[in-house]
Design a binder for this molecule. Structure first.
Ligand code: RIB
Length: 298
């Protein structure tokens, strides 16, 4: 079993020709809501794209926004431990997706900010759990406390350091795996240099860097592994990074090595770019395998 402790957001998405610059108003087109939030997206990716038993600890408001989020997680087969808060709305995200499939996201954390260190107590026994997957859309003290509890029980700790923020050494020292994009890598490394220079400054056993259309790389056991991108025509890149994280950790839990897991995760992330929305775009494990078998990419 893999445990996710993290956020769930209802995504309010509008498509537009381009993402507005500061001070600019853009007349968009169609509007839709989707189930999202980095934690929930990664939990769904673990369960659907990764095919692993997944449990999630999540904080939701007592409002109408929570229902579609619960429904999406339930439909994916994610076992839920919900903290229900009365004084905060369910998390929301406001997303503009441009015609070239890029996005700009503003999150209103709401109930996600109410997740506390002692919310892990119902899951005190982690004997069945191989990995804990965390992100940074819940409070840092909670993320750190969960990482400590997991480490104490021999559970591997994986952090997707998104959205970017600098991390205390105490938290970095608890990690087995760190997953970041290039921007997040620079923030965590506190360095504006090359990927190699940034990687040298981060003392986590395995660091994975997603590079969008340039693929992904990982530094593990002092070796740098590279994975080329799978060519797809992107429609919406929202949730592609989360799909990568879930599929990567699922592959490791199935016994794959880091190189194999990078390939699996890159294929799943690429497929997630071909459909709109976050959780709605996550491919099934079978779809990923078919894509891997048919693709001309490495
Ligand atoms: O990573 C994509 C996610 O970021 C969206 O679903 C949105 O909710 C924000 O958390």
């Amino acid at each position: 079993m893999i445990l996710v402790a993290g956020s769930a957001n209802l995504d309010f998405v509008v498509r537009a020709s381009h993402i507005p610059a500061p001070g600019e108003t853009v007349l968009g087109r169609d509007f839709k809501t989707f189930s999202g939030g980095k934690g929930a997206n990664q939990a769904v990716a673990l369960a659907i794209a990764g095919g692993v038993a997944t449990t999630m600890i999540v904080s939701l408001g007592n409002d109408a926004f929570a229902a579609p989020l619960e429904a999406s997680l339930n439909a994916a087969g994610v076992r839920l431990h919900i903290k229900r808060v009365a004084d905060q709305p369910t998390g929301t995200a406001f997303i503009c997706v441009s015609d070239d499939a890029e996005n700009a996201i503003t999150v209103a954390p709401g109930a996600n900010d109410s997740l506390r260190p002692d919310d892990m107590i119902p899951l005190a026994d982690l004997a069945q759990c191989s990995h804990l997957l965390l992100q940074l859309e819940t409070p840092l003290p909670t993320v750190t406390a969960f990482a400590i509890a997991a480490r104490q029980q021999g559970v591997k700790v994986v952090l997707n350091a998104a959205p970017a923020q600098s991390l205390p050494g105490e938290l970095l020292a608890l990690l087995d795996i760190l997953i970041v994009n290039e921007g997040e890598l620079a923030v965590v490394a506190n360095h504006a240099g090359s990927i190699e220079e940034c990687l040298e400054r981060i003392h986590v056993p395995c660091v994975v860097v997603t590079l969008g259309s340039r693929g992904a790389c990982a530094r593990v056991d002092g070796q740098v592994l590279k994975q080329a991108a799978f060519p797809v025509t992107p429609v919406d890149t929202t949730g592609a990074g989360d799909t990568f994280c879930g599929a990567f950790v699922a592959a490791l839990s199935h016994g794959q090595n880091v190189a194999q897991a990078l390939r699996q995760a890159s294929a799943a992330g690429a497929l997630a770019c071909t459909k709109p929305g976050a959780q709605s775009s996550i491919p099934t494990h079978a779809e990923v395998q078919t894509f891997l078998n048919s693709s001309i990419a490495p």
